[in-house]
Write a protein that binds this ligand. Sequence first.
Ligand code: PEP
Ligand code: MN
Length: 336
Amino acid sequence: MIVILRENPDQQQLNHLTNWLKEQDISVHRTEGVHQTILGLVGDTSHVDIDRIRQMSIVESVKRVQEPFKNANRKFHPLDTEIRVGSALIGDGSLTVIAGPCSVESEEQIITIAESVKKSGAKLLRGGAFKPRTSPYAFQGLRDEGLKLLLEAKKVTGLPVVSEIMDLSHLDLFADVDVIQVGARNMQNFELLKQLGKSNKPILLKRGLANTYWELLMSAEYILASGNEKVILCERGIRTFETYVRNTLDITAIPALKTLSHLPVVIDPSHAAGVSTFVLPLSMAAVAAGADGLIIEVHNDPPHALCDGLQSLTMQEFDKTMNRLIPLKATCGKIY
Ligand code: PEP
Ligand code: MN
């Protein structure tokens, strides 16, 4: 349920309303707009006397919210959520590019890539340490050692870092990681999501291979409902009947998620494309459709990469890509 208040509501009446709702086990989330204050009511509102709220002089209108995601819902929070990470503000209408290898492989590799992508304009460095691989015989990532090397690259370049968590027991290892990624395969690992909701770090939540927008937003809701408001949604391509590409990038996810939710939306063209030559066109489409950011795989030697070499851009290709994306973003401006 949402309660839209009249301009400059009487503070005493507002406290009275809030306390009365809290007594009924309803938590109240307040959002201040330019002209309006909105109260988002979370909990079982079925027994709340809606007419009693409507009759209050500070109340303009009351609406029931049908969607099961409350905290993630734009109706609860009309303004865009902006998430600060280092020098980037994700969700403010600008374009934040995250770049780096699929997996951290060595100190030299990660530092070389970090320095290069930084020069090209990336604001964050990505690097997998714990890798979700389809085959148990494939390279599983350098694990703890990979995170240490990633943090070394952070120290050298000053770039904040993004890395994927696969298991709750590893959470302590992520203490200095700036953004924790939840991979597509873990989008519905609800215990993991609940614990990440207790962290104060931004969470990059990837859409599952075959999950709907609602399911993605319900997963975001797990994190938000546990107290962490810093969720970044990520579309990375979904399974369709098409077999020519690794995944099908769902560009519609951008306007759809931006309509349903106030959370920032980042696109991963690399895992959608599966091949490096498709990364530029998909990135351009994402920027044109109003994505808040991109997460792009970049490697210093793609043919010898231990993971996802085929879809990784060389550092030179990434630089050229940025040179196309920056003016495109300037032309498109803020879309939503
Ligand atoms: C990755 O980012 O390297 C990754 C494994 O992504 P996804 O979960 O989207 O497959
Ligand atoms: Mn990858």
